[in-house]
Design a binder for this molecule. Sequence first.
Ligand code: PLP
Ligand code: TYF
Length: 394
Amino acid sequence: MFDQLKQQPADKILALMQSFREDPRDDKIDLGVGVYRDAEGVTPVMRAVKAAEARILEQQTTKAYTGLAGEPGYAKALTGLILGADVAPSRIAAVATPGGTGAIRQGFELIRMASPDARVWISAPTWPNHPSILKYLGMPFSEYRYFDDAARDVDFAGMMEDLSQVAEGDVVLLHGCCHNPTGANLTLGQWQSVADLLLEKRAIPFIDIAYQGFGDGLESDAAGTRLIATQLPQALIAASCSKNFGIYRERTGLLIALSSDDAMQKLAQGNLAYLNRQNFSFPPDHGARVVMTILDDPELRADWKAELEEMRAGMLALREQLADELRQRSNSDRFDFIARHRGMFSRLGATPEQVEAMRRDSGIYMVGDSRLNIAGLNARTVPILAQAIIDAGV
Ligand code: PLP
Ligand code: TYF
């Protein structure tokens, strides 16, 4: 039986992680996988997470199954963090999922169940797992232009032109903030134009929000998502707590389906629970319980926000420093986009050969499309990267 299997394509980001580990050089720099690291290169367990875990360890009296949708208090707390108070609870169906990836997967499956011919529109470029999962599920999908390679900014005219071809009932996948892999994001005015277009086309927005709090702050980073949620009758939102709570391996995500009326909300909730049951019965609980504990406790919540804010400010400072170093070394402002981009990533716009040269000559690892993880840097390594970028002729 198993001899019938075909080799599957490797995940390029995870493969890069492996080559980095195998590189014997002491001064190598990992700017590959999207994991936050502090100035010492450590991915810390956040203070509030440790405190919540201690509390759970002490107070939890059972580990019996939760519900198919997971702990309702988790969905309520995280929905509040993402949507604020502007969306009526009667519109919200939600299930806990194994990570943001699980939420995306369940979201796609919900679309396929409801409307098998619906086309999913994804940005070019996007996180590689989006097209990979869509392909695996056999769902029709198309790309819309998103990144202007020359300006290293959003190609908004191209995006709107491509989305003008969206058919009624199609789904448009948008990154809520901190676009992966480019770092280029929509302005609130552009979000409004997208919302108007989707409303006119009767298309369904699907927002993937995996970096809330890593861009301009918790509230600003959710502004596009909130605009869509309040103006469109239906929407899907896949949220991840991996980055902003630093609980990557706990697999903590949430899939939200927003409906226009009560009956549809109940139908959506029932189908989401059904999908969880088909795929894994009950979603993981530990990370969800940690998130709920933090968000529901004013002290833990304040401490979590403060630490998240420190992480965000650190990444912004590194962006500024890198843009400054490159301005001096290139005698131009052509790298200023690094300071304008938001989140963990920027797409540098280097060729695959230049990316390879930086790896070979300087031990600097970035993804082949020249995406670099800003959090992989520190004040000492920024000038080293800047020099390598210049030496590679970017
Ligand atoms: N969506 C995007 C754009 C991502 O970059 C990630 C990456 O971590 C995820 C979703 C999902 O992350 P996880 O499944 O680890 O929660
Ligand atoms: O884009 C990234 O680096 C993160 C982490 O299959 C990641 O989103 C990368 C690959 C993958 C799952 C997560």
